[in-house]
Design a protein around this ligand. Structure first.
Ligand SMILES: [Zn+2]
Ligand SMILES: [Zn+2]
Length: 164
């Protein structure tokens, strides 16, 4: 692979990663809080189980990247197609680390030092969980959130209450 192809692939990975935030936001807002609320409801319900019905979304969302990586490496070879698959895969990894670990603490780890950007994203998702209903939720993104969720308007104490 030459340097030009590699640079194009790199841009495709970044572009796909950013585009996938839109896909995730759209899916969360219109599908998970839409006709698949039957799965997502489990994630807006306080419970003690290890797994949620909502985890099926992680399984479903892994399929595009598995499909793309399989198709463009074994069926028709295309480094650009593989780059799209890698971008989707990276978004999935980011989502699990951000959403399931950092925000929901399914694994008890959280960066001690948080940038204002990270704190803003965490705040936004706690606000999302402030409601346990299909309708009326806000902040559906995971990578991009409006300024109003910036740390100075939101204390850590309040954040803890939102999750209880
Ligand atoms: Zn939701
Ligand atoms: Zn959540």
């Amino acid at each position: 692979m030459n340097a030009v192809t590699l640079s194009i692939c790199f841009c495709i990975v970044i572009g796909t990663f950013l585009f996938w935030e839109f896909v995730a936001w759209f899916t969360h807002k219109h599908i998970m809080h839409g006709f698949l609320w039957t799965w997502h409801k489990s994630h807006h319900t306080i419970h003690q189980q290890v797994l949620e019905k909502n985890d099926w979304f992680v399984v479903v969302f892994s399929l595009p990247s598995i499909g793309l990586l399989y198709y463009f490496s074994l069926v028709i070879y295309s480094p650009y197609g593989i780059a799209v698959g890698v971008g989707v895969f990276f978004y999935g990894v980011f989502y699990i680390i951000f959403h399931d670990v950092i925000v929901h603490q399914r694994i008890k780890w959280r960066p001690k030092k948080r940038s204002s950007y990270l704190q803003r994203m965490i705040n936004a998702h706690y606000i999302h969980h402030g409601k346990h209903t299909k309708e009326g939720c806000e902040a559906f993104g995971f990578l991009i959130a409006p300024k109003k969720y910036a740390p100075k308007q939101f204390t850590y104490k309040k954040e803890r209450q939102e999750t209880q």
